[in-house]
Ligand binder design. Sequence first.
Ligand code: ADE
Length: 256
Amino acid sequence: MTTAILSALPEEQGGLVQALEQREQFQYAGRVFWRGRLHGQTVVLGLSGIGKVAAATTAVVLFERLGAQRIVFTGVAGGMGEGVQVGDVVIATQFLQHDMDASPIFPRWEVPGYGCTQFACDPELSTLLFAAAHAYLTNTQADIPRSSGVARTHLARVHQGLIVSGDRFVSTLAESIALRTTLAAAGHQALAVEMEGAAVAQVCSDFGKPFAAVRTISDRADDSAHIDFPRFICEVARPYADHIIAGFLQRQLVGV
Ligand code: ADE
């Protein structure tokens, strides 16, 4: 069973490549992939680059060329839900493309041909990711606020729910509020926004393969998102990826 660990950017992948045993490199479709053993599991590590098309291409390569049987995405996201703060973690239960709009031919956000607006994540993989993230945050609470350099007044938490994706870096409070309010009016309570997950979820649905995603909140998708994002991704995203993915793979191995 080969698990693909996918991220958009190298910082989001942390030190997973360095930790890989018996590692081999592959290049395909302009991307570099690594296959090897990590915490007793066979894994393929991939970097998609930013955006839905890049992510979808990479997911197809993982299934068609590299033998992946499931995909776990690890990366950062902008917090949108109330109480979803920088340094928190969101485990996706569903994904929606917030920039999908084929109305009035199809309802807003519905993916034409699929008859749905959301793609669900695999519950078992998501439960393992949640347990790994919870254990990591519980053990490291004291370190996170200081090392992030971001003002924090609350303890980091793990949330579970809807993540929305689109080909936009959301970097104003006005846009974030508009997006959240419009989605909420239609019953979609978005916890976080990023630029790849929904595309990977759609590809996984096409291939009938399980998908799960963990996103660390790097910014609040507001007017300071462009300052918080690079700072957070350099200083904190790496240990989050290393520890949460390690915890996930170890839990998968012992079946808890
Ligand atoms: N990834 C991290 N922060 C983001 C934001 N504010 N908008 C879109 N993608 C993001």
